[in-house]
Design a protein around this ligand. Structure first.
Ligand code: ADP
Length: 503
């Protein structure tokens, strides 16, 4: 029961209630159109339709009469008149009226006062056209009836009963017959009011209104349920995901492309989140390991200095050097962590200026030179002089240090690192190439990710926090630089970037 109450709970922003709302608005618009058509236009539609009908029949009769009289044709016209509830009067050239009766005969109408007929002929003359049709409305008919005992309504050859007081449709046309003296054809037809019909229709419309609103609510609820079901399903899974369970998979077979797209996007985001979470866990483990190791070393040497061994000046010097080295490493590590978080949050302001990239690189190379002497690394440099770019010198220095540093860290036994800076069309291109173990195809897409470290088992000699390339990426993107890596396992890697040259 509670579940059911929950289901029909009124949340005016839900798809369910919005769909119901829209469907009701749609029904109301349809109903309004129906009501307007019924009450405002129905009468004029009806009158126009009837007028057109009589007009057509009138023209047909004129065509028959003009081609000459014969009893068969007359019978046909009489039948048409009967079927359509019309009366046919003909006026001859002397102004005498003749009634076309239901047997197809033309009767004399002498002595009958037919206002409608006479008025029709004078109207046609006034109009000066071949034929006209018009409507005489009910009130006028009543007046004309009270002035004459033999009126147009009561004497009808088609036997349409007592139509007195109805509006009349009149069609009048000039006949052009060479074989008789008949001059005008006047066709009249009663136009019974449709008030009772409107009354019936209105009652029907009230019922239709209720049915339509009821139906629209039912259809809207069904429709909304069908649409919201997969969304509710996605929401449920997203809730599981938000509790930290990355093993979830969102359905992508909902039957709606948009919802399937959403499912696919959420699946992709989940995988990314999962990856990031794995990196984060690994990073925390690595960082704690990296921080713990120097701290342990520092503690150990500090204790040794405190011991009697500290009295030995030479040994004390070795210990303090080691402590100082470990402290440097610690502070560079903490600095890098701060840097990456500053870059990522966008707090870091990067001022750009025209800088000599060749000189910056030469400085970087010089700082690595000491290493080449001490540890046997061989730097093969090819640096084009005076290549200027628009950039931030500090951060470009940092990028090259990180890339060359990686070259040093990951290069192989031959310890050769090739560094190049040269013009390539309107770009300045930097390259650093090592002959190390290379990067596998699976991990090459991930190395730029924050916290990503290729090494499964974290070894201290290959130093690094997994943040170096992430800093490189952030900085280069801020410089709108092109960058990338080409690598082959067992052969080595070449990291590069290109910046627009400044002249
Ligand atoms: P780290 O501090 O681990 O070097 P980086 O962000 O600089 O972090 O690099 C991320 C990962 O990319 C490294 O752990 C390593 O697996 C891989 N990598 C970076 N540079 C090289 C290289 N020159 N050769 C092989 N692998 C590399």
């Amino acid at each position: 029961m509670k579940n059911f109450m929950n289901k029909i709970k009124f949340d005016k922003k839900s798809i369910r209630w919005k769909t119901v709302g829209y469907m009701i608005i749609f029904s109301i618009i349809i109903l309004a159109v129906l009501w307007i058509l019924q009450f405002v236009f129905l009468n004029s539609f009806y009158t126009n339709m009837k007028k057109n009908d009589i007009d057509k029949i009138g023209k047909k009769i004129v065509a028959v009469f003009q081609s000459g009289f014969d009893s068969e044709k007359n019978q046909n016209v009489a039948q048409m008149a009967y079927d359509n509830n019309i009366r046919i009067v003909i006026m001859d050239t002397d102004g005498n009226l003749h009634l076309f009766d239901s047997f197809g005969d033309i009767d004399d109408m002498e002595g009958r006062n037919l206002n409608v007929t006479e008025e029709a002929v004078s109207k046609l003359k006034e109009a000066g056209t071949k034929d006209i049709s018009y409507v005489i409305d009910e009130s006028k008919m009543r007046k004309s009836n009270s002035g004459s005992s033999n009126n147009s309504g009561s004497s009808n050859n088609a036997g349409n009963g007592n139509n007195a007081g109805f509006s009349q449709i009149v069609y009048v046309s000039k006949l052009n017959t060479s074989y008789s003296n008949l001059e005008y054809l006047i066709v009249t037809s009663p136009l019974p009011p449709i008030n009772s019909l409107i009354d019936v229709l209105s009652r029907q419309l009230i019922i239709i209104t209720f049915i339509l609103i009821g139906l629209s609510i039912v259809i809207a609820l069904l429709f909304a349920n069908i649409i919201s079901k997969p969304i509710i399903k996605l929401t449920k899974i997203a809730k599981v995901l938000s509790s930290g369970d990355f093993s979830v998979t969102f359905p992508t077979d909902a039957g709606y492309s948009e919802i399937n797209d959403l499912g696919n996007t959420l699946n992709h985001s989940t995988r990314e989140l999962e990856k990031l979470d794995d990196y984060r866990k690994e990073f925390v483990a690595n960082v704690s390991h990296d921080l713990k190791t120097p701290l342990t070393i520092i503690k150990m040497y500090a204790e040794m200095i405190g011991d009697e061994m500290g009295d030995n000046k030479e040994k004390r010097q070795i210990y303090t050097d080691r402590i100082s080295k470990e402290t440097d490493w610690l502070s560079s590590m903490v600095g890098e962590l701060l840097e990456v978080s500053r870059l990522e949050s966008g707090v870091t302001e990067m001022e750009f200026e025209k800088v000599n990239l060749s000189n910056i690189l030469k400085e970087v190379v010089k700082s690595f030179q000491a290493m080449s002497e001490l540890e046997g690394y061989i730097f093969e440099n090819e640096i084009e002089e005076n290549l200027y770019v628009n950039g931030n010198p500090t951060y470009l220095h940092r990028v090259m240090v990180n890339l060359i540093g990686n070259g040093v860290n990951y290069t192989g036994e031959n310890k050769i690192i090739k560094i190049k800076l040269y013009s390539k069309e309107n770009m300045a291109r930097f390259e650093v190439e090592d002959s190390g173990k290379g990067i596998s195809k699976e991990s090459i897409g991930n190395i730029w990710d924050r916290y990503y470290k290729g090494d499964e088992t974290h070894k201290r000699p290959v130093v690094g926090t997994g943040l170096g390339l992430s800093i490189v990426k952030q900085v280069l993107e801020r410089h709108y630089a092109k960058y990338g890596v080409e690598s082959e396992e067992g052969v080595g890697s070449k990291f590069w970037f290109e910046l627009q040259k400044e002249l």
